[in-house]
Design a protein around this ligand. Structure first.
Ligand code: NAD
Ligand code: GLY
Length: 354
């Protein structure tokens, strides 16, 4: 078992290892003071891993109640979140009890936000079952639901007490959902780990390679969260490709999934940064090769004007300016502030294939 500490207040561990789901109860007991655990998952994950998680928790003495909601981003809304809160109240969870978020980023974000608000905050743990959740959303304490006006517009910072990742659960992921997570893994390599980037350029990835990639991603993310828990500085580097990516998601009516949109967005950013003279080297070919090898599309189907307009509805905008993440080299990115009026021209540089 691998253990990566996240040194925020209070600190917590990310545990990564094959077979950890079977030991969920034993691993959880030391971080829980109460005996009741609310196991929350979507209907797909509940069918695959709900029983194992429940049995493991019960074997360690937890009294388990289970809440299942329909899978998919369309469930990440106030109505489903309200049902989670009602479920916690109906089952009389107390301040010492625990929420267990078993699933992908939708489950972790929504169950985490329910834990943040129920009784003004109770403990929760993350048990990620998608690659995206394992390497990104389960770590760092950002919890949220979507509103009609946009994604993740209501939420809270609420750190988990523990993250338990069993890479075996990733075996059942459909290829497109695995590829979505790969986009964020490639992104993490570009932000801060050239060896991770090289690992992700191997033709075939073994289970050990995947575990190694998860560990490397979590280390990079934990470091950024420790430096900037509230996302006012360096943590924003995790948004590489997300400004155009957000616009792409929105313009597609969310038919293009998040990771896929971020992959296209990273190409736009790399090419634009090089052409605008903001980057000393052209990282575009290397990034494109890595993303395509991992099964991702890299050509954006939208034009600069519509993309800029859509991107500017994102919450990353700060008044008249926007913070962009510029890849200077594989393994090194910097933040660069741009006036909102300049965004369309910047995207045009990134879209024009020449
Ligand atoms: P998801 O939770 O919807 O999971 C994707 C799909 O995979 C779902 O249909 C789910 O049922 C299925 N699934 C999950 N695990 C499975 C498994 N092991 N086998 C088979 N199917 C499985 O989506 P996601 O891609 O994990 O996460 C996306 C969400 O994460 C978005 O809402 C995004 O906003 C959020 N996010 C949050 C953060 C953060 O820091 N909090 C960071 C990045 C993304
Ligand atoms: N996924 C971005 C963050 O956690 O800050």
């Amino acid at each position: 078992m691998n253990r990566i500490p996240v040194k925020v207040s209070p600190p917590y561990d990310v545990l990564v290892g094959e077979g950890l789901l079977d030991r969920l109860g034993k691993l959880t007991a030391p971080v829980a003071s109460g005996r009741q655990a609310a196991l929350i998952s979507d209907d797909t994950v509940a069918g695959l891993y709900g029983r194992t998680a429940r049995q493991a928790l019960e074997a360690a003495g937890f009294q388990v109640c289970e809440h299942v909601f329909p899978h998919g981003e369309s469930s990440k809304n106030l109505a489903q979140w309200g049902q989670m809160l009602e479920f916690l109240a109906e089952n009389r969870l107390t301040r010492t009890d625990l929420v267990v978020a078993l699933g992908g980023g939708v489950t972790g974000d929504m169950a985490g936000f329910a834990a943040a608000c129920y009784l003004r905050g109770i403990a929760f743990i993350q048990v990620p079952t998608t690659l995206l959740a394992a390497i990104d959303s389960s770590v760092g304490g950002k919890t949220a639901v979507d509103l009609g006006a946009g994604k993740n517009l209501a939420g809270a910072f609420h750190q988990p007490r523990l993250v338990v990742c069993d890479p075996r659960t990733l075996d059942t992921l459909p290829p497109s959902i695995l590829a979505d997570g790969m986009a964020e893994a490639v992104k993490t390599g570009i932000i801060g780990d050239p060896e991770l980037f090289a690992l992700l350029n191997r033709k075939a990835l073994s289970r050990d390679d995947l575990t190694e990639a998860i560990l490397r991603c979590v280390r990079v993310k934990a470091g950024l969260v420790e430096r900037d828990e509230r996302d006012t500085g360096d943590r924003q580097l995790l948004n590489l490709g997300h400004t155009p990516g957000h616009g792409i998601e929105l313009l597609s009516g969310y038919a293009i999934p998040h990771g896929q949109a971020v992959a296209m967005g990273m190409i736009i950013m790399a090419r634009a940064a090089w052409r605008a003279g903001l980057s000393p080297e052209d990282t575009t070919p290397a990034i494109r090769d890595a993303l395509e090898l991992r099964g991702l599309e890299t050509a954006c189907p939208y034009g600069a004007r519509e993309l800029a307009q859509a991107a500017l509805s994102d919450k990353k905008r700060q008044g008249g300016s926007i913070a962009l993440v510029i890849p200077e080299a594989i393994g090194r990115c910097v933040l660069h502030t741009l006036q909102v009026e300049e965004l369309e021209d910047f995207f045009a540089l990134g879209l024009d294939a020449l």
